[in-house]
Design a protein around this ligand. Structure first.
Ligand code: PLP
Length: 404
């Protein structure tokens, strides 16, 4: 039976069971607040997994979307469109990159990056240079190539045969990286902050070493900024804060604030490998998504917005420290800007999901990154009073879990 207000039980009858969503169904959002079918209000510290960087229903984004919706939705890449060119122009002005390829998800942007790296070596006659170095605990998406590049074996289990010549080394381990990269390496793929893997920032020396070994061995350096990009860390892209430039960068999530879009950015010489016919996507560069993303980039790239991310990040971390002082639950509070992870102490091991559930009951949306890390990725412009209010609710949730 279908109704205009299906309930959560209906979900279990019609959806492939690869997700296990919460019991409540959000129906409306405004800024950093969300309401469910029963009209109950929640403060959003999850941001749809680091996506809604400007909150829900931001007036400028609604105007960009509805304005474009009344003009042109889709013509495919047999035509150039104004929104795609405008967005590509902004991204190349604001970053290291000379060229942009658009896709629809983080995984697709990474898929394009990995294919580009392989093809770059091939086109230069280096047909043996096929190895990709990635990192343990890394996450790059769920296509077969990207899930294999990810560093958590549980996500590839049962999906073989997997794409070959991908090797994983420990994250933040310079010696292991130096030992792994060789003249057979076509690319090193790394997240500047591992998001899904536990909110683990790279050491600055580690990213600098990655740049150096790639240069020494003629490999391309790919930064997966799907989660860290578009202001999340307090810089427009995290590489800017680290002062290390990649050859290829992937960006998605916050780029469309919830409208599916991703991009792969690269330098001129590398971009030239993707000549007509080599790679593509029906929806990539879709005018609706590009119109929204251009507005997102205009807003987030403002220096006061980026400074606000750093201030709010401090405020959030200070609040988590206070919760920790009262309950002794966190071993470490880490991250950059508004990508924050709180690692549970061993006595609380495996209870991140309990905290997430209790937080939902208390009216605050949170994330986890594995069983032992509570992860927060709110809107970059969440009002400070709402940060404080969300922390009060979160403390109540932690107290409940402590008492359980
Ligand atoms: N790369 C990183 C660093 C991510 O965090 C994610 C998603 O969490 C992805 C890639 C995959 O993005 P998508 O789910 O849009 O394919």
């Amino acid at each position: 039976m279908t109704t205009s207000h299906p309930d959560r039980a209906f979900y279990d009858t019609v959806m492939v069971p690869n997700y296990n969503p919460a019991g409540v169904i959000p129906v409306r959002g405004e800024g950093s607040r969300v309401w469910d079918q029963q009209g109950r209000e929640y403060l959003d510290l999850a941001g749809g997994i680091a996506v809604t960087a400007l909150g829900h229903a931001h007036p400028r984004l609604v105007a960009a979307l509805t304005g474009q919706a009344g003009r042109l939705w889709h013509v495919a890449n047999v035509f150039a469109t104004e929104p795609a060119m405008t967005l590509a122009g902004r991204l190349t002005e604001l970053t290291f990159a000379d060229r942009v390829f658009f896709a629809n998800s983080g995984a697709e942007a990474n898929e394009a990056a990995l294919k580009l790296a392989r093809r770059y070596a091939y086109d230069r006659g280096e047909t043996a240079r096929t190895e990709i170095i990635a990192f343990e605990q890394g996450f790059h998406g769920r296509t077969l190539f990207t899930v294999t590049a990810g560093g958590q074996p549980k996500y590839t289990e049962g999906f073989g045969p997997l794409p070959g010549d991908i090797r994983h080394v420990p994250y933040n381990d310079i010696a292991a990286l130096e030992a792994a990269v060789s003249s057979r390496t076509c690319a090193v793929l790394v997240e500047p902050v591992q998001g899904e893997g536990g909110v683990t920032p790279a050491d600055a020396e580690f990213l600098a070493a990655a740049r150096r070994v790639c240069d020494e061995h003629g490999a391309l350096l790919i930064f997966d900024e799907v989660q860290t990009g578009v202001g999340r860390t307090g810089d427009l892209y995290a590489y800017m804060g680290y002062g290390v430039e990649p050859d290829i960068l992937t960006t998605a999530k916050a780029l469309g604030n919830g409208i599916p879009i991703s991009a792969m950015l690269t330098r001129e010489a590398v971009a030239q490998v993707f000549q007509p016919g080599t790679h593509g996507s029906t929806y990539g560069g879709n005018p609706l998504a590009c119109a929204v993303a251009a507005e997102v980039i205009d807003i987030v790239s403002q220096p006061d917005v980026l400074a606000g991310v750093r201030e709010r990040g401090e405020r959030l971390r200070a609040g988590l420290e206070r919760i920790n002082a009262a309950h002794g639950c966190f071993a470490e509070i880490r991250g950059r800007g508004l990508l924050v992870g709180a690692q549970l102490v061993p006595e609380w091991a495996g209870r991140a999901r309990d905290i997430l559930r209790a937080a939902l009951d208390e009216g605050v949306l949170t994330l986890i990154a594995g069983p032992d890390v509570v992860r927060l990725a709110p809107s970059l412009i969440i009002p400070e009073a709402e940060v404080d209010e969300a922390l009060v609710r979160l403390e109540r949730a932690v107290a409940r879990v402590a008492g359980a």
